[in-house]
Design a protein around this ligand. Structure first.
Ligand SMILES: [Zn+2]
Length: 124
């Protein structure tokens, strides 16, 4: 649904107009991993209001990472009677590789959405 922050976050669209792309390319394009465009191609809102703006996104990715690991750990223990330390470590390491780029990208767009708000009166 347009106008909600979730739309911008999960569609990886501009937080302001929800039309323009937010990232340079797909988040599994490892060469451009998490590269945010300078501005929205559609409404020209700057995605980088100040230098080092995305530094704070690190807290978001930390929170997402912890949430992910806790749920993996909990479901591993739920589904298997006995989960060896080795299996837990491989599950978590594997999930870093699988979900890492996604979490990284997600944290940036969540962070941007905390500061840039949807504007339905946007000309575009
Ligand atoms: Zn825009």
């Amino acid at each position: 649904m347009k106008g909600s922050k979730l739309y911008s976050i999960f569609k990886f669209r501009c937080p302001k107009c929800q039309e323009g792309k937010f990232f340079e390319s797909h988040f599994y394009d490892l060469k451009k991993l998490g590269h945010v465009l300078e501005e929205c191609p559609s409404c020209k809102t700057s995605y980088v209001p100040e230098p080092g703006f995305y530094f704070g996104a690190m807290y978001v990715s930390y929170a997402l990472g912890v949430a992910l690991f806790v749920s993996i750990w909990a479901s591993a223990n739920w589904f298997f009677e006995k989960v060896s330390a080795g299996l837990q470590i491989s599950l978590i390491t594997g999930s870093i590789f699988i979900f890492g780029p996604f979490i990284y990208a997600l944290s940036k767009i969540i962070w941007a959405n905390m500061f840039i708000h949807f504007d339905k009166n946007n000309p575009k």
